[in-house]
Ligand binder design. Structure first.
Ligand SMILES: *[C@@H]1O[C@H](CO)[C@@H](O)[C@H](O)[C@H]1NC(C)=O
Length: 285
């Protein structure tokens, strides 16, 4: 009887651990106004959570910004986050935080009522060298990729956004060891879908995705990386063009049922008052 009981306890413990993982360690919120987002933010921070990811997007009806955030209960070096800032405010924040020894891990641009706003995360962990550029055209981004990639800089975050009907990019790099990676910039949904199966079959996984809407067309920029490092791997799923209901269903399935952690919840407004999500979930094994 003893081994049997031990097995039951082990199974229950595992279930409990999964439950705790899904329910407590990584938490996401979306569709929040700026003040709702701030109050969730404050609550999470008070309870020892660290913001991993944030995206901003417009509610075209109210002409106000909405936010999606992903928080994780984990130890972290000092970190800072801002949202809803203009480019000139951001440049001031950039100089301040840089001079205090922080480096950026995320810079997300989004249009609200004809003006560009930014959300950002910085942290004070050891880093070799880093670069960040904002307000680039696709050609400008390519120029920086051509310059930085051969010098060992890994693109860690990329955000596409519309400025007066043209795509603009904000990109963040860190000079560090990395598995093989590459980025696809400004793909249509069809281009993105066409190569996804092929790349996964070759052992690549999506590390980051940005969805955005320019001139009545949805675009996706995707950072891919080799999925396996020394026998470690991950289950992952990226999903795009999801209306809020469809996104919520996928969230409940992949996070609620399977316990996969959200890594990206990128909202964007897609015309005609439509809000859509591009998202990424992952579970390490
Ligand atoms: C967008 O704004 C409108 C008008 O204020 C509101 O009725 C609607 O619920 C908002 N949508 C979201 C997703 O917050």
């Amino acid at each position: 009887m003893q081994p049997f009981r031990a097995a039951i306890v082990a199974v229950l413990t595992l279930l409990f651990a999964l439950q705790v993982y899904a329910a407590n360690d990584v938490q996401a919120r979306w569709g929040l106004t700026s003040s709702q987002y701030q109050s969730e933010f404050d609550k999470f921070v008070k309870n020892g959570y660290r913001l991993n990811y944030v995206s901003g997007y417009a509610n075209e009806t109210s002409k106000q910004a909405l936010y999606a955030g992903i928080w994780e209960k984990r130890a972290s070096s000092a970190w800072q986050a801002r949202h809803g800032v203009t480019l000139s405010q951001y440049l001031t924040i950039f100089e301040q935080l840089r001079s205090q020894g922080y480096h950026p891990t995320l810079l997300h641009g989004y249009p609200v009522n004809g003006e560009t706003r930014f959300a950002t995360i910085w942290e004070k962990s050891p880093v070799d060298a880093w670069e960040q550029r904002v307000d680039m055209s696709a050609a400008g981004l390519q120029g920086h990729l051509d310059r930085l990639t051969p010098r060992g800089y890994r693109l860690t975050h990329l955000s596409g956004y519309d400025v007066n009907g043209e795509a603009r990019y904000a990109a963040t790099w860190e000079k560090r060891e990395s598995v093989e990676w590459f980025v696809r910039v400004g793909q249509t949904a069809i281009e993105r879908g066409n190569e996804a199966g092929h790349l996964s079959a070759l052992g690549y996984k999506v590390a980051h995705v940005s969805g955005y809407y320019v001139n009545a067309e949805e675009y996706f920029s995707v950072i891919w990386e080799k999925g396996t490092i020394k026998g470690q791997g991950a289950y992952w799923l990226d999903a795009h063009r999801l209306f809020p209901d469809a996104f919520e269903e996928k969230y409940d399935l992949y996070n609620g049922l399977y316990g996969w952690a959200p890594k990206v919840i990128n909202g964007y407004s897609a015309g005609e008052c439509a809000i859509k999500y591009s998202a990424l979930w992952e579970k390490q094994f």
